[in-house]
Structure formats: structure tokens, C-alpha cells
Design a protein. Structure first.
Length: 111
């Protein structure tokens, strides 16, 4: 029996891995939840409220921003962060579809 040919788009795979890596860190999830609870917030409010170092907070926000999970908007001298709900929804749908396909493949392998 021949196996089906699998096409892997390296660019999409890299983007997907960046998103999953960003979501896999507990502190980034804490920051993302905090932004979600506050709607739009600046880095000072994040690190002061969560009792984090400014540099650590900025580093994690950079990863979230590069993954497309947060949006930024300049307001005076501050950068405001908000959750990119469209990207999170897209990511959630992709993960659920993957899990469903794995479940189906597992049933097919068992017979």
C-alpha cells in the first residue's frame, strides 16, 4: 500500500511553530490573560501589576507580538498592547482540526 504524498509548506510550518512556542510558556499565557482582562494596556502596567522585571516583560511581549498574538498601538509615549483575537481563534481552530484528524487517523489504524 502506498502512502499519501504530504506537502509541507515550510513557511507556514515555521509560523505555526512560532505561535505554538509563544503559547507554550506559562508566563506568556499569564501576560496574555492579563491583557485580555484589561482590554488594552501598556508594558508598565503589565510588569507593575504582575510583579515582573521590565526587561523580562518586554522580552515576552516581543515573542507574543512576533507570533501575531498581540497587537500594538502607540498612545503618546506608551505602546498599548491588546489581544489579537482573530489570530487566537485561527490558532484554536487549527489545533482542534489537527486533533480531530489525529483522532480519525488513530481509529483508522486500529481498524
Amino acid at each position: 500500500m502506498r502512502k499519501a504524498k504530504v506537502n509541507i509548506n515550510a513557511e507556514k510550518l515555521e509560523a505555526s511553530s512560532e505561535i505554538m512556542r509563544a503559547l507554550a510558556h506559562p508566563l506568556r499565557m499569564k501576560i496574555l490573560n492579563f491583557i485580555d482582562e484589561n482590554g488594552e494596556i501598556n508594558v508598565n502596567q503589565i510588569y507593575n501589576t504582575l510583579n515582573l522585571e521590565q526587561s523580562i516583560t518586554s522580552q515576552h511581549l516581543r515573542i507574543l507580538r512576533l507570533a501575531g498574538l498581540v497587537l500594538t498601538r502607540r498612545k503618546g509615549k506608551f505602546v498599548q498592547y491588546s489581544v489579537n483575537y482573530a489570530k487566537l481563534e485561527q490558532t484554536n481552530k487549527a489545533v482542534l482540526a489537527f486533533l480531530e484528524n489525529e483522532k480519525k487517523a488513530g481509529r483508522q489504524r486500529r481498524g
